[in-house]
Design a protein around this ligand. Structure first.
Ligand SMILES: Nc1ncnc2c1ncn2[C@@H]1O[C@H](COP(=O)(O)OP(=O)(O)O)[C@@H](O)[C@H]1O
Length: 197
């Protein structure tokens, strides 16, 4: 496994922009930190983090064509928000180009951008690491999200989805409804916990 990781790093360094590569490495290490905290598999987490943006070197227009060429089904939402498609195409690349067979790793790559209801632990780890990694600096709520990430992962996913939906709606961008479904799911968990306090 260690050799696979090192070879993957070399390959991604060649393909991704320096900033994207830096983000990729940061995400893979934050994935391992969250895995230590929540008892997930360290190697699966590092691998999923490393490959989460492997399709980022294709632009939004190109990525639709790439998916169509491979007969990857695209929802009408994904066609309207192609920015989310690097996750779906990334999972395809991870399987077919990088030879990853582990379905849990492929699903964590697949759902890292929109999230989905009832995510696996590995999916939540990659989704969260992508948002909190130390090179990120845009979102105002990062300090609180970073601390919640290591206290309550479901609550952290809820806060990230809430912030992302507010950001996208504020900008007037089209929202892939998968994030809305994920938000509704994690909001229920958030409210159930509040009721218990
Ligand atoms: N449900 C959604 N609909 C539309 N855009 C979304 C959705 N969820 C996330 N995005 C946007 O997709 C972009 C890529 O997100 P993400 O994969 O998390 O970041 P990155 O690729 O930089 O690691 C971000 O600008 C984010 O706001």
């Amino acid at each position: 496994m260690k050799e696979i990781i090192l070879n993957l790093r070399d390959d991604l360094k060649e393909k991704l922009s320096p900033q994207r590569y830096e983000h990729t490495i940061s995400v893979s290490f934050i994935c391992t930190a969250l895995a230590m905290r929540y008892g997930a598999d360290l190697e699966q987490s590092e691998l999923a983090g490393l490959l989460h943006d492997c399709a980022k070197y294709y632009g939004d227009g190109n990525i639709i064509k790439k998916c169509e060429k491979q007969n990857i089904f695209l929802t009408s939402d994904e066609l309207k928000a192609p920015v989310v498609l690097h996750a779906k195409y990334g999972a395809w690349l991870a399987e077919h180009k990088y030879g990853i067979e582990d379905k849990e790793v492929l699903d964590a790559i697949r759902w890292h951008t929109t999230g989905r209801p009832d995510m696996s632990l590995l999916e939540k780890i990659v989704f969260t690491a992508d948002y909190i990694e130390p090179r990120r600096d845009k979102a105002a709520d990062l300090p609180i999200v970073r601390s919640v990430a290591f206290i309550d992962l479901d609550e952290c996913v809820y806060i990230i989805l809430k912030g992302t939906l507010e950001y996208l709606e504020g900008k007037g961008y089209f929202v892939d409804s998968m994030s809305v479904q994920a938000y509704d799911y994690y909001k229920k968990i958030h409210e159930m916990k509040k009721g218990e306090l």
